[in-house]
Design a protein around this ligand. Structure first.
Ligand code: GAL
Ligand code: ZN
Length: 666
């Protein structure tokens, strides 16, 4: 019987032998299947150049194997040992201000420094060689959360060859970067540089390309380790844990093709009810990436915090039951298990108060008792491992667009692609409408409806692909600032939203960005039944119809009477344009109405707000995951066997406050 993975980061190198023995016993009690080891252990594994000290890790892996726990074995390259930077100062990264960082933390490396890359490959090769065939070895975890940027001279050289490869000639580069603006024309490749600290606003196309380059450079660092490991241990899957966040210079949609299983780390930032919405978004995004991964459609929650949510100012302790519910939510959405950062809370170091399955208080604690209960729960759900989620709606999430919208000179400084995508996701989530969040506009035929929130950059090929999908019957919803720029962040002229203008049947002439407290009123256009009056926030613009009809119009202010939300029938499909961000419940009302018109209704039907309901499919069988995130009991339609209790459910299930059920449907 397949099992879901359960466990997390395990750092026995921080503890003496008697604690290791206790770890083994506690892992048995909690039914842990998986321990991620060695993530930051480079200085312990290679205390001097080329001198390996694997003995302690041998003991760890042997003990794990003896207890039936699989090892997700990391290459430790996210945290180079102090000796490396002392011997080769060029492996230490340089900031945009030219200051070289020092060792003393982690992630302090330059992916373009040959001395770093060589040392990283060597330790990966040594681990691969040494642990080939070890019974505990179940997966490779290359590095940790790739995402470090460097601006040094070695990086400049690498960036230059990347640019030559991308553009061929300097004329093409000058054109792509619009260097005619502010007289930045390059006459020799040697003049090109990473964006570094400069007098005033940097060139947005240069900044965007540097992000793309960094993603590719880090990917090369990943794939060379992966290939070394694949050669050493054929058949053992290799992955790396993706970290989410606007700062991360990694195009995960491209990386997903290179990992054997998409693995993400997720730490919600909202201590309240928003946490499960954030977690659902991250899960649906991971599943979207996994569509392009050899290990898909499944993915893996590689890290989350057992018992805390970091908000802006402090740690929030999770209330009883939340750890399990969040884990089940990830599993419901396709995660092959629930792994945590971390197994045992450390005594020192920079994250000394980070939560763990075994907290500082020890096993006689609420958290460890919940960890034991979660192990039992996941054990009962083995039959669902391998299930898939079917979503009729896709949301486009484009990391290069997110990067471009962080650039200089934009019409508003409150533009955040990820936030817009999350808002759309949340609006649909609250209506029980399941989505895949897709990082590449590919495989659209799988969906009935596609929402493109603020998809700022768009290539001609992407626009053409979306168009043929609509013509073939797709229902498209595009929001403001989509398709406005090409892949070089150059505005497409003749009216916004550039690449999508004809498809949407509108022509946008001017932007009117709104202030934090501004709202615009919207009212149903003549002859439509698009619902009651709504309001828009963040954005508004002058929209002219060019084939589309107005569903909602601006009311009052400078845009009074002009279209705000439009609809354009194209071939067998339809394309909607939303020129403002509908406030409050307006987004959900609008999207749910569009979904209904596309024949997409909540599945499973009849779910209660605040009760997350996800159906999984596998070989003609289905399971219904029901998670009550509210503080009240709810009755939900369901029929089958609750795998968590063994009870038979015949039509209605009573879910207690905070409760969960997984129904094998009859
Ligand atoms: C992750 C990281 C872990 C740990 C954790 C703390 O991003 O991979 O090593 O630092 O955050 O929340
Ligand atoms: Zn560097």
């Amino acid at each position: 019987m397949p099992r879901l993975l359960y466990g997390g980061d395990y750092n026995p190198e921080q503890w003496p032998a008697e604690v290791h023995a206790e770890d083994a016993e506690l892992m048995r009690r909690a039914r842990v299947t998986t321990a991620t080891v060695g993530v930051f252990a480079w200085s312990r594994l290679e205390p001097a150049p080329g001198r390996y000290a694997f003995g302690w890790l041998d003991e760890v892996l042997d003990r794990l194997a003896a207890h039936g726990v699989g090892a997700v074995l990391a290459t430790p390259t996210a945290s180079p040992p102090p000796w490396l930077g002392v011997a080769h100062p060029e492996v230490l990264p340089v900031g945009p201000d030219g200051v070289r960082l020092s060792h003393g933390s982690r992630d302090t490396y330059c992916a373009s420094a040959p001395a770093y890359r060589d040392a990283a490959r060597r330790i990966a090769a040594a681990l691969g060689e040494h642990y080939r065939g070890h019974p505990a070895l179940t997966m490779w975890h290359v590095h940790n959360e790739y995402g470090t940027t460097c601006h040094c001279d070695l990086t400049a050289e690498a960036f230059r060859s990347w640019l030559r490869h991308r553009y061929g000639g300097l004329d093409e580069l000058n054109d792509a970067w619009t260097t005619a603006f502010w007289g930045q024309h390059y006459t020799h490749w040697a003049q090109t540089r990473p964006p570094r600290r400069t007098q005033y606003l940097p060139n947005p196309a240069q900044v965007l390309d540097f992000r793309r380059f960094t993603s590719d450079e880090l990917l090369a660092a990943y794939t060379e380790q992966r290939d070394v490991l694949r050669a050493a241990t054929p058949g053992v899957p290799v992955t790396t844990n993706f970290v989410l966040g606007g700062w991360v210079p990694v195009d995960h949609a491209r990386w997903a093709r290179e990992v054997d299983l998409v693995a993400i780390d997720h730490y919600p930032s909202d201590p309240g009810a928003g946490a499960q919405e954030q977690a659902a978004f991250a899960a649906d995004l991971a599943r979207g990436w996994a569509r392009h991964s050899p290990g898909g459609p499944g993915w893996l929650l590689m890290e989350t915090a057992p018992n805390l949510i970091y908000a802006a100012d402090r740690m929030h302790t999770k209330e009883p039951g939340r750890m399990a519910r969040h884990s089940l939510a990830a599993v419901a959405r396709g995660s092959r298990g629930a792994l945590f950062f971390q197994w045992r809370a450390p005594r020192g170091g920079a994250e000394l108060f980070h939560s763990a399955l075994v907290p500082h208080a020890g096993p006689d604690s609420r958290v460890f008792r919940e960890a034991v209960a979660l192990g039992e729960t996941l054990d009962r759900l083995g039959e669902t491992a391998g299930g898939t989620v079917r979503a009729a709606i896709a949301i486009g999430y484009d990391e290069p667009s997110a990067w471009a919208l962080q650039g200089a000179g934009l019409p508003s400084n409150r533009l955040d692609h990820a936030e817009e995508a999350e808002l759309v996701h949340r609006a649909l989530w609250r209506r029980g409408l399941g989505t895949d969040v897709i990082g590449a506009l590919e495989g659209l035929a799988a969906y009935r409806m596609l929402v493109l929130p603020m998809h700022y950059l768009m290539t001609d090929a992407q626009a053409a692909g979306v168009r043929s999908w609509v013509e073939a019957g797709g229902t498209l919803v595009v929001t403001f600032l989509s398709g406005v720029a090409d892949e070089c962040a150059r505005v497409r002229t003749g009216g916004y939203p550039g690449a999508l203008r004809e498809l949407l049947g509108v022509r946008v002439e001017e932007f009117h960005p709104l202030g934090p407290d501004d709202r615009v009123k919207l009212s149903p256009g003549p002859g439509t039944d698009a619902g009651a009056a709504m309001a828009g926030e963040l954005w508004s613009e002058t929209v002219h119809l060019a084939g589309a009809e107005a569903l909602l119009s601006y009311r009052g202010g400078v845009l009074d009477g002009l279209p705000a939300v439009t609809r354009h029938a194209v071939g067998a499909g339809v394309a909607y344009y939303v020129s403002t961000r509908p406030a409050d419940e307006g987004y959900g009302d609008l999207l749910a109405a569009v979904a209904a018109s596309a024949g997409v209704t909540p599945d499973p039907a009849g779910a209660v707000p605040g009760v997350e309901a996800v159906r999984q499919h596998q070989d003609g069988r289905t399971w219904l995951f029901l998670l009550n995130h509210t503080g009240e009991g709810h009755e939900v339609p369901a029929a089958g066997t609750d795998l968590l209790t063994g009870a038979t459910v015949t039509g209605v299930l009573r879910l207690p406050p905070g409760g969960a059920a997984v129904i094998r449907e009859s």
